[in-house]
Design a protein around this ligand. Structure first.
Ligand code: AMP
Length: 246
């Protein structure tokens, strides 16, 4: 595996149901527009199910901050609210999934974001006899996205997010969890948010039909409270795992 930066809120291990029975592998994808709350749900899901978490946005932002080759290739696209080219991102994520950490399951956030990325993921999993367990779509209307993202503040260290009105930190500009600085992401400026939404509708939304056709899609109303969404998602993932074991 390359020098992958911290990939998300937590990384887990194989989930054991009892001392000698391993529960089946969960290979999950989170899909939804920017600001749908995917990162928030991912934090909870990784805890619930002990899954390693790979968020391409976090991986790319860390690469930009570290000034790596990947970061240099990605920065311009990210600042403009555009997707980095498929050939840049596909290699990164497939390499991560080949690593030991992802060998018993994974949660992907922000990948795939285009049909060619979904094809590449499907082929890579098929080659090693694995398959997706489910694709979790968290949907929210565009106006709500703009409201959420323009007030969003992100911890420079952990990636944990706050909202200046709806979920403020205890102290201005400081992360409650680790005391690090909170910043507004460059791509959370109103014009860039609109651009990211347009890119989502054009390039990522076709994945809804793509995965619906493969009977993998599960939909959630992301305009509900984070707790409500989490209850619903957790129950669905638990069912997916049970179905897989039958
Ligand atoms: P996110 O944090 O998921 O909103 O991602 C931030 C930015 O990273 C996006 O606007 C894209 O520029 C880039 N990015 C993240 N994931 C991908 C992907 N799967 N394909 C292409 N670009 C991506």
């Amino acid at each position: 595996m390359p020098d992958l930066p911290a990939t998300g809120p937590s990384a887990g291990s194989v989930h054991k149901e009892s001392d000698n029975a391993l529960v089946s592998e969960l290979n999950l994808i989170l899909v939804g527009p920017p600001g749908a709350g995917k990162g928030t749900q991912a934090e909870k899901l990784t805890e619930d199910f002990g899954l390693p978490y790979f968020a391409t946005g976090n991986i790319l932002r860390a690469a930009v901050a570290d000034g790596t080759e990947l970061g240099k290739k990605a920065k311009e696209y990210m600042d403009a609210g555009e997707l980095v080219p498929d050939d840049v991102i596909i290699g990164v994520i497939l390499e991560a999934l080949e690593g030991e950490e992802a060998s018993d399951g994974f949660l992907l956030d922000g990948f795939p974001r285009t049909v060619p990325q979904a094809d590449a993921l499907g082929e890579a999993l098929q080659k090693v006899g694995r398959k997706l367990s489910g694709v979790l779509l968290i949907d929210v209307p565009d106006d709500e996205v703009v409201k959420r993202l323009s007030g969003r503040r992100t911890c420079v260290k952990s990636g944990h997010t706050y909202h200046v009105d709806f979920d403020p930190p205890k102290h201005d500009e400081v992360c409650d969890q680790d005391g690090s600085r909170l910043v507004q992401r460059d791509d959370d400026q109103p014009d860039t948010i609109r651009k990211r939404l347009a890119v989502y509708h054009e390039q990522t939304e076709p994945l809804v039909e793509y995965y619906e056709g493969r009977d993998l899609l599960r939909r959630f109303d992301g305009s509900r409270s984070p707790t409500d969404v989490h209850d619903h998602v957790r129950a669905t993932v638990a069912t997916l795992r049970l179905e897989d074991e039958l």
